[in-house]
Design a protein around this ligand. Structure first.
Ligand SMILES: Cc1ncc(COP(=O)(O)O)c(C=O)c1O
Length: 416
C-alpha cells in the first residue's frame, strides 16, 4: 500500500490514484501511453500547456547555476528580472514584489502586509472584509477569509472572524455595494480581499467588472485596501492577462501564483504599492515585514517565471486565449440546451454549467461520478459539486476540446 496521503481525497471512498508517467501539451499520459486530456489544467495551473519547451529549457538552464539561496541578505538575477517583469505586467502602481511559494502563502502575505500597513502608520485596523463563498487557500488565515463549510468545520475554532459581503448576484449588486460601504464607513476594515470577476472554487460564479470597479471606488473612499487575489484569474484565465484590467482598476495588493510559472513549478508573488512598502520602510526593526519562508524566491522557479513572461511577450498567447474563449462559448451554448443543465456561462477561457439538482455543494455525489466517468474515457474533469466546468490549457486543440465536451455530454446523459 502506498504511504501517500493525497490532497482533498477521501481514501476510504476512492480507489487507487491514477498513475501518470509523462505530460505534454494538453495531456497527461498513463504508464501504458493512454492520454488523458487535462480539461482543468491540473487545478488551474497549466496555462500554455504541460512541459512547454521554453519553460523546461529555462528550468534546465537555471539548474546549471543555482539551487536554493537564502533570500534574506542575498539576491539573484532570476528574482530581480522577474520582479521587473511583474511590475511591468501587472496593473499600474504595484511597485514591490514579495515572493512566496503557493497561492495560500501569497494570500497570507497580503493579509499581513495590509495589517502591517495600518499598524505602522499608527492606525491599527484588523478587520478583513471578504466576499461570501470565496476561496483563498487552505492555510489557517486563507481559510479564515474563505467560505465556511464542511471542508474547514474541524478547524473552525482556530479561524478568525471577518466581515462578509454577499456575492453580487445579478439584480442585487447594489445591496452588496451598500453592505461594503456600510462596513468601510466604520473605519475598522483594513482590507477587502476579492477574487476579481469570478469565484473559482466557490462554483465558478461570475460578476461584472463594473461591480469590481465600484468596490474599488468604495474602498478608496474609505481608506480600505483592496487586495486582488488573482491566483486563479491571473495569466489570461478570464480573457485578459489579469482580471483587474477588465475593470480598469489597480488594487493596492495583488496575489499571483499558478500561471506565474506557466504552471511548471511552484512560485507565488504578492505585489504591493509604494505606500504599503514605505509603511514598512524604517530605521526601526520592529516595522520590518515579518515574513519569510525557506524557499522564498527559489531561483529555478523564478527562472521559469521569467520564461513564462517571455512566452507571453513572444508567442501569440492572447490569440490562443481568444480562440479558446470563443470555442468555449460555442460548446457551452450547445451544452446549455440540455434539459438537465442550467446557467451555462463563460468568462475568457473558463466555462461552467450547473446540473439541475437539489443536492448542491461540494459533497454532491454527482461530481465524483462525473469525474470517474470522464476519466475512464480519457478526460480529466473535476466538478465542484453540481458545477461542471472546463478550464483547459490554452494550447488545447479543437479536436481535444470537442472530445472533452463529447465526453461531458455523454456523462450528463448517463448520470444525470
Ligand atoms: C483564488 C485562489 N486563491 C488561492 C488559492 C490557493 O492556492 P494554492 O492551492 O496554491 O495554495 C487558490 C487555489 O485554487 C485560488 O483559486
Amino acid at each position: 500500500m502506498s504511504p501517500l496521503w493525497h490532497p482533498f481525497t477521501q481514501h476510504g471512498l476512492e480507489g487507487a490514484m491514477t498513475p501518470i508517467a509523462r505530460t505534454e501539451g494538453a495531456c497527461l499520459f498513463r504508464p501504458d501511453g493512454r492520454a488523458i486530456v487535462d480539461a482543468i489544467s491540473s487545478w488551474w495551473v497549466t496555462t500554455h500547456g504541460h512541459r512547454h519547451p521554453a519553460l523546461m529549457k529555462a528550468i534546465q538552464q537555471a539548474c546549471e547555476d543555482y539551487d536554493q539561496i537564502i533570500f534574506a541578505g542575498f539576491t539573484h538575477e532570476p528574482a530581480e528580472k522577474l520582479a521587473q517583469e511583474l511590475v511591468q505586467m501587472t496593473p499600474a502602481g504595484l511597485k514591490h514584489v514579495f515572493y512566496s511559494d503557493s497561492g495560500s502563502t501569497c494570500v497570507e502575505v497580503a493579509l499581513k502586509m495590509a495589517l502591517g500597513f495600518f499598524r505602522n502608520t499608527g492606525r491599527p485596523r484588523h478587520q478583513i472584509v471578504v466576499m461570501e463563498n470565496s476561496y483563498h487557500g487552505d492555510t489557517i488565515g486563507a481559510m479564515s477569509i474563505g467560505a465556511r463549510g464542511v471542508y474547514n468545520a474541524a478547524y473552525e475554532p482556530l479561524l478568525f472572524d471577518v466581515a462578509r459581503i454577499d456575492f453580487p448576484h445579478s439584480g442585487s449588486e447594489q445591496a452588496t455595494l451598500d453592505q461594503f460601504e456600510t462596513i468601510a464607513r466604520a473605519s475598522q476594515a483594513a482590507a477587502l480581499i476579492v477574487e476579481p470577476l469570478v469565484l473559482g472554487a466557490g462554483g465558478m460564479c461570475f460578476y461584472s467588472s463594473d461591480i469590481l470597479a465600484e468596490l474599488r471606488r468604495i474602498a478608496e473612499r474609505h481608506d480600505v485596501l483592496l487586495v486582488a487575489d488573482e491566483v486563479m484569474t491571473g495569466w489570461g484565465r478570464t480573457g485578459t492577462l489579469f482580471a483587474c484590467e477588465q475593470a480598469g482598476i489597480s488594487p493596492d495588493i495583488l496575489c499571483t501564483s499558478k500561471g506565474l510559472t506557466g504552471g511548471a513549478i511552484p512560485l507565488a508573488a504578492t505585489l504591493a504599492t509604494s505606500e504599503i512598502y514605505e509603511a514598512h520602510l524604517s530605521t526601526e526593526k520592529s516595522k520590518m515585514f515579518f515574513h519569510s519562508s525557506s524557499y522564498t524566491a527559489n531561483p529555478i522557479a523564478c527562472a521559469a517565471g521569467l520564461a513564462n513572461a517571455q512566452v507571453w511577450r513572444i508567442e501569440p498567447v492572447q490569440e490562443r486565449i481568444d480562440v479558446l474563449a470563443k470555442r468555449q462559448q460555442q460548446q457551452m451554448q450547445k451544452l446549455g440546451q440540455h434539459k438537465n443543465l442550467e446557467n451555462a456561462r463563460t468568462l475568457g477561457t473558463i466555462a461552467a454549467i450547473d446540473v439541475k439538482t437539489k443536492e448542491s455543494g461540494y459533497l454532491a455525489g454527482l461530481g465524483n461520478d462525473v469525474r470517474s466517468f470522464c476519466l475512464e474515457r480519457g478526460v480529466l474533469i473535476r466538478p465542484l459539486g453540481n458545477v461542471l466546468y472546463v478550464m483547459p490549457p490554452y494550447c488545447i486543440s479543437e479536436a481535444q476540446l470537442d472530445r472533452v465536451y463529447d465526453v461531458l455530454t455523454e456523462a450528463v446523459e448517463a448520470l444525470v
